[in-house]
Design a protein around this ligand. Structure first.
Ligand SMILES: C[S@@+](CC[C@H](N)C(=O)[O-])C[C@H]1O[C@@H](n2cnc3c(N)ncnc32)[C@H](O)[C@@H]1O
Length: 82
């Protein structure tokens, strides 16, 4: 995904498992697009509320809590929290 972003593009990825985040961090650091990838360790929901938006793409591949609850703050017109 990093390769397809414009130079000022940004990916924010959230990972709740510190073990999985550590594995991902190694690969992100080795990527030629490392400066475009921002890894946030922790639950996605509070992080999404902090991100300025708007988002060009939201990709959710987590299941705890249900995807609709994680994605709700990203819906247009929704309050950014909760
Ligand atoms: C199916 S894997 C996807 C991994 C990777 N994001 C991907 O797209 O290849 C689901 C990952 O989501 C993490 N996860 C589950 N619930 C989460 C949440 N609420 N916030 C952040 N990460 C979560 C799990 O620890 C797991 O590593």
């Amino acid at each position: 995904m990093g390769a397809e972003l414009p130079a000022d593009g940004r990916i924010t990825t959230c990972e709740i498992s510190t073990r999985n985040a550590a594995v991902a961090a190694v690969h992100f650091a080795a990527s030629p697009y490392a400066e475009r990838i921002h890894l946030r360790v922790g639950a996605a929901q509070p992080v999404i509320g902090e991100l300025p938006g708007p988002f060009d793409l939201v990709f959710i591949h987590a299941d705890n809590p249900p995807i609709w609850r994680i994605s709700r703050p990203c819906w247009p017109g929704r309050p950014r929290t909760g």
